[in-house]
Write a protein that binds this ligand. Structure first.
Ligand SMILES: Cc1cc2nc3c(=O)[nH]c(=O)nc-3n(C[C@H](O)[C@H](O)[C@H](O)COP(=O)(O)OP(=O)(O)OC[C@H]3O[C@@H](n4cnc5c(N)ncnc54)[C@H](O)[C@@H]3O)c2cc1C
Length: 424
């Protein structure tokens, strides 16, 4: 049995509380018929009814796409609090353009601060590459930003009228000519006209659609948010050492998001010793690395086995479509995963115009997205391999090449990464 609809201001953990909330909610719906969330998901029976599985960044952005196309939808997520959690996300201009296309970025929110300087350096603090931020702004209209995931998720959710999120997870999906039957963990079985699966890297929907599973990378990532004023504001930077990397980006003047990566074979057998080993390997890195680590509560440091999904698989079948990590989880090099999820939603908004059948709209979406997401998956994985090199000669050659590459070439690389034609 389903327990409750997710309302972040109040969490209800017992059945009794859930029942009382249900009653109250039903009463409210009868009394107030202009509640956007109910109009969005229950009342407009002329519109196709879509289930959005997962209320992470991809699911919420897909909901924004449905909102602007007046498609009725219901969000589902098994998590108690899908809007919270995670650390922070770098949003590159492609993500900001997608947010604007989704109608939620007319005015950047006050917690969004743009990066004004950025570079890549060796672990010995020698300069390798300066980010062309002025060029990015000229070309795309935005500089990158780094935001807390919780801020982005809440803001997206509020921007689309705080839709209800049913606390339930999908366990199986059956496509039928007249729609999609979703089996939920609660035991409920429901029919929808279409399903947008945004259920993350371990997606049940993707496994059913194509059998594609995740694959590992040869390094592990840690990330956290430091509270400090000692790091220069509005800055992003990466340091590359042999088999170990550290990067950071300012969220605002006193909060800095950082990540560290270490090749798996450098980790000791005892998992308890993994983080101390990373700290040891970062010991000789420039002082601001120690500043970030020292200003982060140890309990809040997240560890991730780096994984992606083999690119090139199908993104839809009949009335089921995949978005975000469910469709194309990529390795976190460059921080583009959530950016692609936002692009997906903007592309969906172009395709689901409310006129054509969902199946046709989903086909168009898949055609628009297929090549781009596969290309980024290959590029980010390759970049991870090259930036985690340990061999001194190879690393020196890489560093020489980066220093000497003409800016026209690097601009071309950025255009491949950030130009997104699938939403126009
Ligand atoms: C170390 C690291 C650093 C990163 N840094 C960046 C960055 O700087 N910039 C960037 O753009 N990206 C970054 N990413 C990638 C980014 O975090 C993801 O691409 C993005 O969060 C994916 O969003 P999503 O909504 O697709 O998936 P998720 O955030 O995983 O959300 C999936 C949701 O689906 C729900 N769910 C799970 N199973 C089911 C089910 N069966 N039924 C229904 N719902 C279900 C889950 O509870 C969850 O709420 C990073 C990733 C890592 C690992």
């Amino acid at each position: 049995m389903r327990t409750f609809f997710y309302m972040p201001e109040r969490m209800f953990s017992t059945l009794a509380q859930a029942v009382s909330v249900w009653l109250m909610f039903a009463k409210l719906v009868l009394m107030v018929d202009d509640q956007a969330n109910w109009i969005g998901s229950e009342v407009c029976d002329m519109q196709p009814r879509v289930a959005i599985l997962g209320a992470g960044i991809a699911g919420l952005a897909a909901a924004a796409a449905c909102e602007i196309r007046h498609i009725s939808y219901q969000l589902f997520d098994p998590s108690e609090a899908p809007l919270v959690g995670g650390a922070a996300l770098t949003l590159w201009p492609n993500a900001l353009i997608a947010l604007a296309q989704l109608g939620v970025l007319s005015q950047p929110p006050d917690w969004m601060h743009f990066i004004q300087q950025g570079d890549v350096r060796t672990d010995e603090d020698a300069s390798l590459y300066a980010l062309p931020l002025a060029w990015l702004e000229r070309r795309y209209g935005y500089k990158p930003t780094c935001v807390r995931r919780v801020d982005l998720a809440h803001w997206l959710w509020k921007s689309i009228g705080k839709p209800s999120i049913c606390r339930d997870g999908c366990t199986a999906i059956t496509s039928r000519p007249d729609g999609v039957i979703v089996q939920f963990a609660s035991g409920e079985r429901e029919r929808f006209d279409g399903v947008i699966a945004a259920d993350g890297i371990h997606s049940v929907a993707r496994r059913q659609l194509s059998g594609r599973t995740e694959r590992g990378a040869h390094y592990t990532a840690w990330r956290g948010i430091a509270t400090t004023t000692e790091i220069e504001a509005a800055t992003m930077r990466e340091y590359w050492g042999p088999g170990v990397r550290f990067g950071y980006a300012s969220i605002h003047p006193v909060a800095v998001y950082w990540f560290a990566t270490l090749n798996n074979h450098m980790l000791p057998m005892d998992e308890q010793q993994w983080w101390p080993k990373v700290v040891e390997r970062l010991g000789a890195f420039p002082r601001e690395v120690q500043t970030c680590l020292g200003a982060t509560p140890a309990a809040e440091i997240l560890r991730h086995a780096v994984r992606d999904v083999t690119p090139g698989g199908p993104l839809m079948r009949d009335n089921l479509v995949l978005v975000g990590d469910a469709a194309h989880a990529i390795t976190p090099n460059l921080g583009l995963g959530a950016c692609l999820a936002l692009e997906d939603a903007a592309a969906l908004a172009v395709c689901i115009d409310g006129e054509k059948p969902l199946k046709v709209a989903f086909q168009q979406y898949a055609v628009r997205r297929r090549r781009r997401v596969a290309r980024i998956a290959h590029l980010t994985r390759g970049l991870g391999t090259v930036t985690q090199w340990e061999n001194a000669q190879l690393s020196a050659a890489r560093n020489r090449a980066i220093r000497t590459v003409p800016s026209g070439m690097t601009h071309l690389a950025w255009r491949i990464l950030l130009d997104n034609e699938s939403t126009f």
